[in-house]
Design a protein around this ligand. Sequence first.
Ligand code: AHG
Ligand code: MN
Ligand code: MN
Length: 337
Amino acid sequence: MVHRSRITTLTEFIIQRQSEYPHAKGALTRLLNDIATAAKIVNREINAAGLVDILGTVGKENVQGETQKKLDVFANEMFITALKGGGECCAIASEENEKVISFSNEFSGLGKYVIAMDPLDGSSNIESNVSIGTIFSIYRRVSDAGGGTQEDLLQPGLNLTAAGYIIYGSSTMLVYTTGKGVNGFTLDPSVGIFCLSHPDMHYPEKETIYSINEGNYIYFPEGVKRYIKYCQEIDKETNRPYTSRYIGSLVADFHRNLIKGGIFMYPGTTVQPNGKLRLLYECSPIAFIAEQAGGKASDGYRRITEIDPETLHQRSPFFVGPKNMVEKVEAFMKEYA
Ligand code: AHG
Ligand code: MN
Ligand code: MN
């Protein structure tokens, strides 16, 4: 319940932070507000999922050859509409669209930012009432004016202006960073306002969890197999054996691990050498947030935020979590390469 005297709303927080950037003109503030607005609409729809006709598939596949759920399509449309009308974003790359969506109208053509997004992450969990999310990346455009281009979007994570996610869970939260720490806001549904609830988020000291789809064990690289066994060994000093937790929604798995101290892994496999997750709108933004929270993200060998994307929907193996844990799995990968 919001008690005015004690809370900081998302809007207040963004505006306070903006004063740290003397040349800022409020564009990023408006952009984040547009994202928050779309998130609230998507949240409303998710909450009513069993009541209204929004569950199930639309009978189509997206660019990745994955079946699109109605909520995938709805969330995609909501975020595109909010950003298109906002005037600050000149292009969007989305999991649900093969090509860059470029805005060249009189407002958005002047927008300084582009956005890459996974509008609905964890869609296999929609029907079963399990947490799902949205992931977004905000880059400054590199082109001059007019509609944004693919080149504006193909930037490494290190160039990110901001990144964040929304988790539609037992409560709805928006977590974001502009490269100066990570802050989390919980939606107070009674008034529809995101309120600062998790200031300056950091991985805890204690390592407790490993998260991986162990059903794919047979297809994993030897280094990952060895690391899983390492996680299961007894060792008081390092708090092992770790607990195994896997939801199947990257946002939810990452969020829990950030709060409780754990590593999330989606490695390359013998059937999918680059794994499943998409660099631009899943790995890079989550990696940027993890680094800001004192953690690390790697493809097993390279820092995720240093990878130059070549295509919009390229995939990457992904290991993200507390520094020590990610470095340990990297060491196993190297040893058993
Ligand atoms: P999306 O719903 O956006 O396609 O993403 C699903 C992703 C990610 O959220 C999750 O970590 C992973 O798929 C789970 O994959 P598996 O079912 O192969 O474990
Ligand atoms: Mn996803
Ligand atoms: Mn998705």
